[in-house]
Design a protein around this ligand. Structure first.
Ligand SMILES: [Zn+2]
Length: 197
């Protein structure tokens, strides 16, 4: 990866301090563990190279996402999760509930949920094994490398994302699995990884 992690590139507006306490958190945490154990989200500078989210209610905007700068050494607890209510691209502001910054890639998750009402889970990881081998499976990839956490990156994904894609590569960065639920997004990530190991 040519670019170092550079943290959150937007302003976080804490609408509330409530920590997300949804039943689905449990499933998210389980998949996070899988991502860690299988190296789907390798640790870079002590931080998880990836982020996972789920839409709280089908068709609605709010989603729960892993927080920014999480160390993979510890198990996730609810305080490390953040509820995202809305994202404002023009002002670079994100409305959240929780006690920590949401993942620096929250805008990307938001944009995908907005473009794809059928999607309720987005799992993203920086797996080197998938990045090195994706061409063998003809997996679609964004056209050029753009900076982390940027609007350019969001647009590069939206540009190739159509109604059928459920797995894609962000050039020189990582993969995104998107599905109607977490089970499917997680299984798909693992399946693709296994093709290359
Ligand atoms: Zn990423």
């Amino acid at each position: 990866m040519s670019e170092k992690y550079s943290g959150v590139k937007f302003n976080v507006n804490y609408v509330g301090k409530n920590i997300p306490q949804f039943n689905k958190n449990k499933e998210l945490k389980q998949w996070y563990k899988v991502f860690r154990n299988k190296n789907l989200a390798p640790v870079i500078n002590g931080q998880a190279g990836g982020n996972l989210s789920y839409r709280i209610n089908e068709q609605e905007k709010p989603f729960v996402i892993t927080g920014s700068q999480i160390s993979l050494d510890t198990n996730l607890d609810n305080t490390m999760l953040v509820k995202v209510l809305d994202c404002y691209f023009d002002k670079k502001i994100i409305d959240v509930e929780g006690t920590r910054n949401p993942s620096s890639e929250s805008f990307l998750h938001h944009a995908i949920y907005q473009k794809r009402p059928d999607i309720n889970a987005i799992f993203h990881g920086h797996s080197t094994s998938i990045l090195d081998n994706y061409k063998k499976e003809n997996i679609i990839c964004t056209k050029k490398e753009v900076p982390y956490g940027s609007i350019k990156l969001v647009n590069s994904v939206l540009e190739i994302l159509d109604s059928k894609i459920n797995f894609l590569i962000i050039k020189n960065h990582g993969f995104i699995a998107l599905a109607t639920n977490m089970q499917k997004a997680g299984k798909l990530s693992v399946e693709i990884l296994l093709k290359f190991s």
